[in-house]
Design a protein around this ligand. Structure first.
Ligand code: 2AM
Length: 217
């Protein structure tokens, strides 16, 4: 089965995002916009995992997630992979707030995967983003990045992480769909000091400490 570890923003945050994106959806016809029910932040892509590996993976992922605290995040701005967007295949919105906490969480879930040998390709560095749209061919999305740069979503508290199975289109599924297999809770924030580093300041908006919406993901 094809698996990844994800963080899914709550519905009101996705509503806000959809509203910001809606006026721009037809700007670049080659872009295929991600369906609302598929929007997520990938923490770790695990790739194809067999049943035996799956059984070894689950407790490790559970422990990895359980070591981290809830974090305040927000969606903002836009960017592209690769580069500046002149020849993009992916259009994304960025994540702000407790980006360090998010990166630590992703490093833990990635390490859990690596320990059981699941990582399918060389680990790319974690660049926190939520994919909005993709294109089969490289396409110029700079005309979209510009207006979306002004988007700054409301902060939310990420309190859980999901293990997702992706079903690709084929015999059983007519289109890509994601099946949440497990949901693990992040720890309650301990108040003052967070474990292992800085938190976003105990529930504040969490955008100032790690930069505004115009950085790189
Ligand atoms: P992204 O859209 O967040 O960039 C589920 O397929 C998710 O895993 C995708 O949304 C994608 O993340 C990520 N993904 C897919 N294939 C990948 C690969 N070969 N290497 C790393 N991440 C991948």
């Amino acid at each position: 089965m094809r698996l990844f570890v994800a963080l899914v923003p709550p519905p009101d945050i996705l509503d806000e995002l959809e509203e910001a994106v809606r006026p721009h959806r037809d700007t670049v016809p080659e872009l295929r916009w991600i369906r609302r029910d598929l929007l997520h932040v990938t923490l770790t892509f695990l790739g194809e995992v067999d049943d035996r590996t799956f059984d070894r993976l689950l407790p490790r992922l559970e422990r990895a997630v359980g070591r981290h605290e809830r974090m305040t995040l927000s969606l903002a701005g836009a960017g592209a992979f690769p580069g500046s967007g002149a020849h993009a295949r992916v259009l994304w919105t960025g994540l702000y707030g407790d980006r360090r906490g998010l990166a630590r969480l992703a490093a833990s879930t990635t390490a859990a995967g690596r320990r059981v040998g699941t990582l399918p390709d060389k680990h790319r560095g974690f660049r926190p983003h939520l994919t909005l749209a993709r294109s089969r061919r490289p396409v110029d999305v700079r005309s979209l990045i510009e207006p979306l740069a002004a988007f700054a979503g409301t902060p939310w508290t990420a309190d859980s992480v999901q293990l997702m199975r992706s079903h690709l289109p084929g015999r059983d599924y007519s289109q890509v769909s994601y099946e949440p297999l497990k949901t693990w809770s992040l720890k309650q924030r301990s108040g003052g000091q967070s474990s292992g580093g800085q938190s976003s300041g105990g529930g504040g908006a969490g955008r100032s400490a790690s930069g505004g919406p115009h950085g790189t993901p």
